[in-house]
Design a protein around this ligand. Structure first.
Ligand code: F6R
Length: 607
């Protein structure tokens, strides 16, 4: 949602460190930014509307040794300089990631006490509350404890008090926060990329913990304010793994990472292509006779692809829910239902709430998560990490693929555990993944074709994606990818449903992208595609070489992407790559901000 960073040292380089940290966190929000730092003993605050580069122009010649910074994705109040963080009330300056649900009530109480607020934000109210409580009891830890009991919602806070302005206090509930360790310098940040230029050692601050950080000491307290010791973790990736590595955009780099991610998953969970090894890592699923998958956005689309394969191949019913709906609807859960939560960030507010609801209902839970130690990972009954590495582009690509691949492995394992397939068959299926990374690479490398298609459609304002069964789910993901980064309106339809209304929107030259990879249903989809051709649609298809042989003389399409004939587990992963890359090329031709599309943020920690 927002990115926060903090730095304490004896050197006068805080401003540069904060700017560098914020640049790495811009994927979390980028409509405004600001820093507060100790400048010759006084807190100086500089804020701007816009990106961190704009902020950098204003502060590049300034110096300080301790400071906090923030890059914002607006929730309360427009993105402007006044609403940007840090916020200072009295002698307290703070940055905040999350959302405070009861800020209006608190604001009223504080206004009665004579405190005046300048912004429309919930964050300024928290600064006011800290300042007010601290004035009365003068004990910082007790103040922060009282504040965390009083505010409702999700938050991670970085705080500097004027009377101790060489120390940062940090406090977290549901939003992520790490404390990173340097030599005679320490940091706080929302995520690891912010500190990787300086150190890879960090401590995960957990729910209700408070930290006091100076340049030489870190003290951490639990909610009873007893001091606790926490393990120091080492981030195993390199700075390069979270950099663009020469690619124009993170999104493109991350699509090129896909073969490596699949390789990583294979190495981590079944390096010997033996189902027993996979079983050892993933555990038993024998007792479940139903699976509920809960997620948001692309992670939900990954769940839909998983549903299609698990139902057809493992013969277990799967229901897929949008987390934002799941949490408020009646859901039928029992001890034989497994609830799977899929989330790249592991911090998505709705998915986290759904997890808590599933647990309360007595369902076993499994998190399929990328970010190690994230809230959903920690609270899930068991967790399978997708091993995708840092994903920076707001539009997910490699993490989505990793989520789908984990579900494919799970499907094979469940089939084996339920006795639908023999051990030999399961091992044979796993061995078919040996060359999978190379097959993915080959599809990625067909860039010229994707560019040609993008050039044909990038000036359009409405695009339709149609397919049936798993192809329909791929259409949903392809359509989301295209619209979120190119701002072209696009919709995904089950091919047979189009004529029940939406086909009225198809006119001369309207692009229709047909996904036809399932040979049990291809003819039906082709008939539906031809209905759009009859209304003037310009049709592009993604299909397999096997089906291409069937349709090569029946040219109802103007452009074609061909993926190799392969098994049901690999096909959805291969078929989405052209859609990811077409979306990328279209957005690039339109000159859009590909890695940071308007109005979006990488990690959605508000409801
Ligand atoms: C779209 C996209 C989003 C996320 C969704 C869930 O490209 O990235 O739709 O998939 O916000 O996020 P996570 O996986 O972090 O829970």
């Amino acid at each position: 949602m927002c990115g926060i960073v903090g730095y304490v040292s004896k050197k006068q380089n805080a401003v540069q460190v904060l700017i560098e940290g914020l640049k790495s966190l811009e994927y979390r929000g980028y409509d405004s930014a600001g820093i507060a730092f100790n400048n010759n003993g006084k807190m100086k605050i500089v804020k701007v509307k816009g990106k961190v580069n704009v902020l950098n122009e204003k502060v590049k010649n300034l110096k300080g040794n301790v400071g906090i910074g923030h890059t914002r994705w607006a929730t309360h109040g427009a993105p402007n300089e006044i609403n940007a963080h840090p916020h200072k009330v009295g002698n307290v300056t703070i940055v905040h990631n999350g959302i405070i649900e009861n800020y209006k009530e608190i604001k009223k109480e504080l206004e009665k006490e004579g405190i005046k607020f300048k912004s429309e934000t919930d964050t300024e109210v928290v600064a006011g509350l800290i300042s007010f409580i601290y004035k009365n009891n003068e004990n910082k830890l007790e103040t922060l404890k009282e504040v965390s009991l009083k505010i409702k919602g999700s938050f991670a806070l970085g705080i500097i008090f004027d009377d101790e302005n060489e120390t940062i206090y940090a406090l977290r509930k549901d939003s992520p926060l790490i404390i990173a360790l340097g030599e005679n310098e320490n940091y706080i940040a929302s995520d690891v990329p912010a500190i990787l230029s300086f150190t890879n050692k960090f401590i995960l601050l957990e729910k209700d913990e408070i930290a006091k950080i100076t340049y030489k000491k870190i003290n951490i307290y639990n909610k009873k304010l007893s001091e606790i010791t926490k393990p120091v973790l080492t981030y195993e990736g390199t700075k390069e793994s979270v950099m663009k590595n020469g690619f124009d955009h993170f999104m493109l780099k991350e699509i090129y990472d896909e073969p490596k991610v699949i390789e990583n998953i294979l190495q981590s969970y079944c390096f010997d292509y033996n189902i027993k090894t996979l079983e050892n890592k993933f555990g038993s699923f024998l007792k479940y006779n139903k699976i509920n998958i809960v997620a948001c956005g692309s992670a939900m689309h990954a769940g839909l692809v998983g549903k299609s394969i698990i139902e057809n191949e493992a013969n277990v019913p799967v229901e897929v829910f949008l987390a934002s709906e799941y949490r408020y609807n009646k859901v039928f859960n029992d001890k034989k239902t497994l609830t799977i939560l899929i989330s790249q960030s592991g911090e998505t507010a709705d998915t986290l709430a759904a997890l808590r609801k599933a647990k309360k209902d007595g369902s076993d839970t499994l998190g399929i998560i990328n970010v190690v130690g994230s809230s959903i990972a920690r609270e899930s009954g068991r967790v399978i990490y997708i091993k995708a590495g840092s994903e920076i582009a707001v539009a997910t690509t490699k993490a989505y693929q990793a989520q789908v691949f984990i579900l494919m492995l799970l499907s094979i394992l469940i089939s084996y555990q339920k006795g639908n397939i023999t051990l030999e068959k399961a091992n044979k299926l796993l061995k078919e993944f040996k060359k999978f990374p190379k097959e993915i690479e080959a599809i990625i490398n067909d860039r010229d074709n994707y560019l040609k298609i993008a050039e044909r459609i990038y000036k359009q304002e409405d695009i339709f994606f149609i397919g049936r069964k798993v192809d329909y789910f791929l259409c949903q993901e392809g359509s989301l990818k295209l619209k979120e980064i190119s701002y072209i309106h696009s919709e995904a339809y089950a091919a047979g449903e189009l004529k029940h209304g939406t086909i009225s929107l198809v006119k001369e030259n309207t692009p229709v992208i047909g996904v036809i990879t399932d040979k049990l249903i291809d003819e039906k989809t082709v008939s539906n595609i031809k209905e759009t051709v009859a209304r003037g649609a310009d049709v592009l298809i993604v299909t397999t070489d096997e089906l291409y042989d069937k349709y090569k003389t029946d040219k109802f399409y103007s452009n074609i992407v061909i993926i190799p004939k392969t098994n049901v587990y690999k096909r959805p992963i291969l078929a989405i790559i052209p859609l990811q890359l077409i979306a990328y090329e279209v957005a690039k031709l339109r000159g859009e901000s590909i890695d940071q599309p308007r109005n979006l943020a990488k990690s959605v920690t508000v409801e």
